[in-house]
Ligand binder design. Structure first.
Ligand code: FEO
Length: 170
């Protein structure tokens, strides 16, 4: 049996991850509308990854015999004014998610819940990759975004991303 505070935070994280999926789907739609279909593809796959994250939290709770309560998913709260704003909001969001994961970890640590800490280890590492990816997109857009030919090449690079199931299996 898991600690009730840890369960509450894990349950809330399901909703946060689905919100992330919803947010990135919004980003994806923004780029498809701009005919930057590579960026659209990249964020659509990102949305799929977030859905996977949500399902991992859900499965972990169920594997531990805990009840899952689903909440409403909020409307994406970011105003998509231009491409650079979208990319910057992506990084901001990932830093926020890292904080959420650390909060759950802290709660698990405080009650010596080693099982949940081990489960969360994958997410701690994943957040490093998520922040790096978001930061890299910003830097690439700063370098190439204002030149149409370079942007076309960058968009083609983004189009090459393919979906891969998460390496964490429960
Ligand atoms: Fe579920 Fe982008 O972290």
């Amino acid at each position: 049996m898991l600690n009730s505070k840890v369960v509450q935070l894990l349950n809330e994280q399901i909703n946060k991850e689905f919100y992330s999926a919803y947010l990135y789907l919004d980003f994806s739609n923004y780029f498809y509308d701009k005919e930057l279909n590579g960026f659209g593809n990249w964020y659509r796959i990102q949305a799929q990854e977030e859905r996977d994250h949500a399902m991992l939290f859900l499965q972990y709770l169920q594997n531990n015999g805990e009840k899952v309560t689903l909440d409403a998913i909020a409307k994406p709260a970011v105003e998509l004014t231009d491409s650079m704003t979208v990319l910057r909001e992506g990084l901001k969001h990932e830093i926020y998610v890292t904080g959420l994961i650390h909060t759950i970890y802290d709660a698990a640590y405080s009650v010596k819940d080693f099982r949940t800490m081990q489960f969360l280890d994958w997410f701690v590492k994943e957040q490093c990759e998520e922040e790096n990816n978001a930061d890299s997109l910003i830097k690439k857009f700063e370098l190439y975004g204002s030149d149409p030919r370079s942007l076309y090449m960058l968009d083609s690079e983004m189009a090459a991303r393919v979906y891969a199931a998460p390496s964490l299996v429960l």
